[in-house]
Structures are given as structure tokens and as C-alpha cells.
Ligand binder design. Sequence first.
Ligand SMILES: [Zn+2]
Length: 283
Amino acid sequence: MKRKFIDFHTHFFPENFQRAIYDWFETYGWGIHHRFTFEESISYLKSSGYEKWVVAVYAHKKGVADFLNRWVGEAGKKYGEIIPFGTVHPEDEDPEKVVERAFKDYGVKGIKFHTHVAGFPPEDERLFPAYEKILKYNGLLLLHASHHPTDAGLLKNYDPGKLSGAEHVEPLLIKFPGLKIIVAHLGMGEYDRFASLMDLYPDLYLDTTMVHCMDRVKIKHPETPPPPPDSFMEKYADRILLGSDFPFIPYPVEEQIRCIEKLNISDEAKEKILYRNGRRMVR
Ligand SMILES: [Zn+2]
């Protein structure tokens, strides 16, 4: 039987934001493989077997989250395949209200917070009321919590060690029991520490974004850590979600699926990661 896929980590923004981010990646990161418009991205993923996918926005500064949330919420209403994830910035005038509106008025299903881009750690107290709102609406929190990328070109202003890593995720797991947190990139580079957290906290999830297909990225970014052992993928297969960072990647989006298919793990684990866990999460 042909597999279907649910991708829990893609991005799209209003057109001018999207263009600026494409340009940023091409300057500091890597060449964008699919420099798609939003509509092109939808037909491409549909025709490639993706049943649904998260489209996540994120805010690089205060005051833009609400605009982005409205945009992504509308996209979710227009296209049934899209699971819209909004965002919030700790310097927003009222982060709690931004999140409340995102769920109540715009219909987002989760919130994405990118520590490196925002420049604040996830345990910033100004975000606590926002996390309470995510819990209230039974939403999901997608968190970039890896120290990587670390190179200076990507990160001009922040020390990622102070903003991200497992030690910045655990305080949220302790303070907000029941809050479902998805850590992007399998927590790249800190697999042992995230494994301990996975053992302790049943509401912690991981996504696969880019981890097993960094060969092309590594040429320019040699500090990129290797993927976790396959035993890690098998052990936590019930709480690992397919994620890709599409379209901000230097290879075809299907490469992420091929990388998972190639792992030496059970077919059941692959099916859970590529599809079934996602299905369960968005019901
Ligand atoms: Zn991302």
C-alpha cells in the first residue's frame, strides 16, 4: 500500500515575508530547492502524497505575530490540508491576548516559537500566560529548542546556548503539565538529554526536521551533529513526528521521507513517524 504522509513542520508566510526569508537563507544558509509560491507548495505536497501538513509562522520581532496568525488561520480555513500554527513574541504588547485570538478567532491548532529567531528562551516569564492559553485550547507548542544552527552567519545576535537546549524545555514541562510540546529537529545534538526527558514527560514529542538528511548542509556547516542512533528512533517512534522545514531546505521535500525510509527500524515505527502519529495529533 502506498504510504501517506503528515508533515508537522513546514513554513509559509505572506508573500513579502516569504521572499525575504528565501533571500535570507540563500545568503546565510543554503540554496532553496523549491522556491515555491504558497499555491504551488500546496499542489506539490498534495501530489506527493502528503495528506495534511502543519504550516507554521514565527515572529522575528514584536508586533507582527497577530498579523501572521490571521494569515495562517485564513490559509487553514481555505485549504483543508493545512494545519495552521501561529506564533507569539515575548515582547508583544499582550502575548496572552495574541495567543487567545490566534486560537479563538483565527482557528490555529498550535503555536510555534523559535528561540533563535525571537532571541528569547522559551522559559521567558512573559510567555507563561500565553502557554496557559495554549493549554486552554488544547493546542500544541512547536519549539525550536536545538543549539543548532550555531554558525555566526546564521546567528549574528544571540548565543544559542543561552536560549535553547533541553535545559530550557524542562522548565516548561514541569510548569505546564499537559501542554504538548513538540521539539523540532529531534533536539539536534542533545539526543541523550532529550531521551531522558522523553522518558519522564509523556507530553513531549519530537519532530524529524532535517536531522537525517544533513549531508548537503554539512558541506557549508560542518559543525552539524550526526543523527541519533536508530535505536532512539525505534524507542520513541510513538512520539516522533515527520517534519521537514519545507520549503526552507536545500533538497527536495521527499528527501526527508527517503531518509526515514532508509533507517534500520521497523516498518511500524516508520509508519507511525511518517503518518500515524500526525493523524492522532490532529484529530
Ligand atoms: Zn522550522
